[in-house]
Design a protein around this ligand. Structure first.
Ligand code: UD1
Length: 379
């Protein structure tokens, strides 16, 4: 019998820690399936991609589509064109997609139109904010997918409300947490911490969402606020290239090029670094007193690590991290963020609940369901 071919696709940094455990969980079935990894090249920097591949022990991609940066339409279109060529040549039996980045959207559209079944891991998350590009990517991908793997019961409900048949939905838990559990014992103290001279507590800041960094006034107000907060507690700020570009254009001065050594911003206790490796970053998340972020996945990681988190957005598609975890939505108003920071510090340690099935076994469950599904297709 011909081996079935499963093609996993990654494009951007938040995909890598989701795909790594899936590849590992599918490996025991290598007599029945052939797995191929496609990297679209949406993220191409060594720090956003190469380093993550190494640390997450991901195999070299079988195909690299080399699409690079561009507007949403350009990037999505380039992935679609290149992925269509890949599919024509390689004829996958199933395309396995994770998350909500432009590469996820592009590959779900391409595969569906070629009648290739699509499995979507991390389905059903909704911020109900269509100004976020990721929300559009999630809605379209979920409407096309044949198998939808969810991280929480709320996601199942979102999908059912959108008319997705129940039999396509599988509540399995969170593959990001599979990676977190596997790699936390190997997490590494980043060089940046040595700059803090043994400060007893520190915070972590990440900022990259267009809503926070593309508007000069918003970004300036946020950076000035974090410089002020850093006088209370030193902050480490691994800076996404798009944010660093915006800051440079606005006249903020920091030593270039950014690397893993931290540099002070304007002489303050806000220490900027280049994007860190996965192992260094989860170390920071685990040891930090507080995390300020506009990322999606970080809200989930801090929930499991029990680290306080202030999310710099007006909404989140990951409500479970607020209901059960350590997360609070604080928007981008400096007064609200400042007040929430002081409240978190005076509240003492967090006592999160670990959400149902966020136990490190999600990818194994997904692999089993995928294999059963492929067997079913054969009959
Ligand atoms: C993408 C995802 C976002 C995810 C984020 C994690 C979409 C719509 N967005 O956003 O959901 O949270 O990744 O980082 O898919 N750049 C580099 N080097 C790279 C890649 C990008 O310098 O390797 C710079 C370029 O200036 C580029 C900008 O970052 O224009 C934005 O990159 P892009 O992939 O379009 O989106 P992200 O903001 O990274």
């Amino acid at each position: 019998m011909r081996k079935k071919k499963i093609t996993g696709v990654v494009g951007a940094r938040p995909n890598f820690m989701k795909m790594a455990p899936l590849i590992e969980a599918l490996r025991p079935f290598s007599e029945r399936i052939q797995f191929q990894l496609v990297h679209t090249g949406q993220h191409y920097d060594e720090r956003l991609s190469g380093l993550m591949f190494k640390q997450l022990e991901l195999p070299e991609p079988d195909h690299y589509l080399n699409v690079g940066s561009g507007s949403h339409a350009q990037q999505t279109a380039r992935v679609m064109i290149a992925f269509e060529e890949y599919c024509l040549e390689e004829k996958p039996d199933l395309v396995l997609l994770v998350g909500d980045v432009n590469s996820t959207l592009a590959c779900s559209l391409t595969a569906s139109k070629m009648h290739i079944p699509v499995a979507h891991v991390e389905a059903g998350l909704r911020s109900f904010d269509r100004k976020m590009p990721e929300e559009i990517n999630r809605i379209v991908t979920d409407s096309l997918a044949d198998l939808l793997f969810t991280t929480c019961r709320e996601a199942d409900q979102n999908l059912l409300k959108e008319g997705i048949p129940e039999e396509k939905i599988h509540f399995v838990g969170n593959v990001m947490i599979d990676s977190l559990k596997k790699f936390l014992p190997k997490a590494r103290s980043p060089k940046a911490l040595t700059h803090l001279n043994g400060a007893p507590e520190f915070g972590v800041l990440t900022l990259h969402r267009p809503g926070n960094v593309d508007d000069d006034q918003i970004l300036k107000a946020l950076i000035e606020l974090f410089i002020e907060i850093s006088e209370n507690m030193p902050l480490i700020f691994p800076c996404h290239p798009r944010t660093a570009d915006r800051m440079r254009a606005m006249g903020f001065q920091f030593d270039e090029p950014l690397d893993e050594n931290a540099v002070r911003l304007n002489g303050s206790n806000l220490w900027m670094t280049a994007p860190l490796g996965y192992l260094e970053f989860i170390y920071l998340l685990d040891k930090a007193r507080i995390v300020f972020t506009d990322s999606g996945g970080i809200q989930e990681e801090v929930t499991v690590l029990g680290t306080a988190c202030l999310t710099l957005r007006d909404n989140t598609e990951r409500g479970i991290t607020i209901d059960e975890g350590t997360n609070l939505l604080v928007g981008r108003d400096p007064a609200v963020i400042r007040e929430s920071f002081h409240r978190v510090l005076s509240n003492g340690p967090c006592h999160p609940r670990i959400p149902e099935k966020w136990d490190g076994g999600t990818s194994v469950e997904i692999a089993r369901i995928l294999m059963d599904w492929l067997d079913g297709c054969e009959k």
